[in-house]
Design a protein around this ligand. Structure first.
Ligand code: PLP
Length: 413
C-alpha cells in the first residue's frame, strides 16, 4: 500500500470543490469536530438572524409577526428547502415536532392505509426511539398491532402478507451501515406493505432520492447534518399520492382545514399541512431555515462525494497508523454501504473517546464498545481527518486513555 502523507491530504483540501462551505460555520479553535451526526456545528449566520427575530420581529411586531413576518408559513417554507436535499417534491415535506413524534403520526397514517394488516417490521439495529414509538402504539391499541423485530439480514424474509409497514433507518447510528432505500422499498411494495424511512443520520450528508425510490413516508432530524441547533424541529415526508388519505395520529388545530374558524369538530386540511399538530417553534424554525443557507449553491451529489472521500481517508489512515491497538473497523469497508460516519470497536472505547475529546477531537461513544466518528462534508477539511487519526495514534501509543478521569460517565455520551 502506498503511504498517505500530510502533503497528499493538504492537496485534497486544495482541490476540494466544497472547501469554501466551511466558512459558513463557526467552530471553537483547536477543535476537530467529528460529531456533526449527533449535533451539527453552528452556522455563523444563525446568531444574528435569531437575534433579529427576537429584537425586531417578536419585540416590535408581537402577535402581528405571525402574518407580518410570515411565521405561520415557516413549517411549509422550510419543508420545501429540505425537500430539495432529499429528492422530494416541494409539497411533500413539512417541518414539525420531533422525529419521534413524527414517526407516531406517520405510523398511524400508514397503518390506517393498510387496514387488515397489523405488523410493523423493523430491525434490531434501529435507533431505540423508533422502536419505542411502535411499542407504545401497540400498547395504546391493546396489541391489535405488533412489532416484528429482526436482524438486518432477515428484513427481506420478515415481510409477508401480514405486514402493513416496513419502518427502517437508512444509516445505522452505531455502525454507519447504509441500507438500500430503493431495493427495500420495492420489496415492501411487492409484498403489499408501505415504507417509512428514517433519514436522521443521512439527510444533509447522503444524496437521497425519495421520488425515484417511490418511498411512501419518511422522517428525519433537523439538528444533525442539517445543523438546525439543539432540539431543532424535525421534518416529515408524505408522498403526494397518499396525501389525501393519510391522516395523522395527532389531530391538532394546525392540521385543521381552517384553524382560525375555531370549529368544535376536526376537519383535516388538504394536503400535507394536516400532518402538523400545534403551534410551531418559531425561534428554532428560523435557526433551521438560516442553517439551510449553507447548502445553497451545492449539490447533494458533491456533498456525498466528499463524505465518501472523508470516510475513505479516515479508514485508510487508521489502517496505516493505528495497527496493533486492537481497534477494529465496525463500519462497512465499502463506501457504497456506508453513511457519513466511521465507527471503530475497542473494549476501552469509552475512555479512549474521552481522551480524544480532551485533546479537541470530538467524536462520541455508543455502548457497548463503539467509537463513533461522523464526517460532515460542509465544514470538515481533509486535514481534520489527518489530525484526528494522529491524535488517536498518540492516545493509543501513550495509553493516555488509561486514567480514572476518562472512565467517569456523563449523562449524555
Ligand atoms: C437522532 C435520531 C432520532 C432522534 O429523535 P428525536 O425525536 O429528535 O429525539 C430518531 N431516530 C433516529 C434514527 C435518529 O438517528
Amino acid at each position: 500500500m502506498i503511504k498517505i502523507t500530510l502533503d497528499d491530504v493538504r492537496e485534497m483540501d486544495r482541490v476540494d470543490p466544497l472547501a469554501n462551505c466551511a466558512k459558513a460555520f463557526s467552530l471553537p479553535d483547536g477543535v476537530v469536530y467529528l460529531d456533526g451526526n449527533s449535533l451539527g456545528a453552528m452556522p455563523v449566520a444563525v446568531p444574528r438572524r435569531v437575534e433579529g427575530l427576537l429584537r425586531k420581529e417578536w419585540r416590535q411586531s408581537l402577535v402581528r409577526g405571525w402574518t407580518d413576518h410570515s411565521w405561520i408559513d415557516l413549517p411549509v417554507r422550510v419543508g420545501k428547502r429540505i425537500a430539495g436535499l432529499i429528492g422530494a417534491n416541494e409539497d411533500e415535506v413539512v417541518v414539525s415536532d420531533s422525529t419521534s413524534v413524527n414517526l407516531h403520526k406517520l405510523l398511524v397514517a400508514a397503518l390506517k392505509l393498510r387496514e387488515g394488516r397489523s405488523v410493523v417490521v423493523s430491525n434490531q439495529e434501529n435507533f431505540p426511539t423508533d422502536l419505542y414509538i411502535v411499542q407504545g402504539l401497540a400498547w395504546l391499541l391493546d396489541d391489535s398491532i405488533s412489532l416484528r423485530l429482526v436482524p438486518t439480514a432477515d428484513i427481506e424474509s420478515a415481510i409477508n402478507e401480514e405486514v402493513a409497514v416496513v419502518m427502517l433507518t437508512q444509516v445505522d447510528y452505531r455502525t454507519g451501515a447504509m441500507l438500500d432505500i430503493e431495493a427495500l422499498t420495492d420489496l415492501a411494495h411487492q409484498r403489499g406493505a408501505l415504507v417509512i424511512w428514517d433519514l436522521s443520520h443521512s439527510a444533509g450528508a447522503i444524496d437521497i432520492d425519495l421520488g425515484r425510490a417511490d418511498v411512501d413516508f419518511a422522517v428525519g432530524c433537523g439538528y444533525k447534518y442539517l445543523n438546525g441547533g439543539p432540539g431543532a424541529p424535525a421534518f416529515l415526508f408524505v408522498a403526494k399520492r397518499h396525501q389525501d388519505q393519510a391522516q395523522s395520529s395527532l389531530w391538532g388545530w394546525f392540521g385543521h382545514a381552517s384553524p382560525f374558524e375555531f370549529d368544535t369538530g376536526y376537519q383535516p386540511s388538504d394536503g400535507l399541512a394536516r400532518m402538523q399538530c400545534g403551534t410551531p417553534p418559531i425561534l428554532s424554525l428560523v435557526a433551521l431555515d438560516t442553517a439551510l443557507d449553507a447548502f445553497m449553491g451545492t449539490e447533494m451529489k458533491a456533498i456525498r462525494a466528499k463524505s465518501v472521500a472523508l470516510t475513505d481517508l479516515f479508514v485508510e489512515l487508521v489502517d496505516q497508523s493505528c495497527q496493533g491497538f486492537d481497534l477494529d473497523l465496525a463500519s462497512p469497508r465499502q463506501s457504497v454501504s456506508r453513511g457519513s460516519q466511521v465507527s471503530l470497536r475497542h473494549d476501552e472505547g469509552y475512555p479512549i473517546v474521552q481522551a480524544l475529546i480532551a485533546r479537541g477531537v470530538i467524536g462520541d461513544f455508543r455502548a457497548p464498545d463503539i467509537l463513533r466518528f461522523g464526517f460532515a462534508p460542509l465544514y470538515l477539511r481533509y486535514e481534520n481527518v489527518w489530525t484526528a487519526v494522529e491524535t488517536l495514534r498518540e492516545v493509543m501509543i501513550t495509553r493516555a486513555w488509561d486514567s480514572p478521569e476518562f472512565r467517569r460517565r456523563g449523562v449524555v455520551t
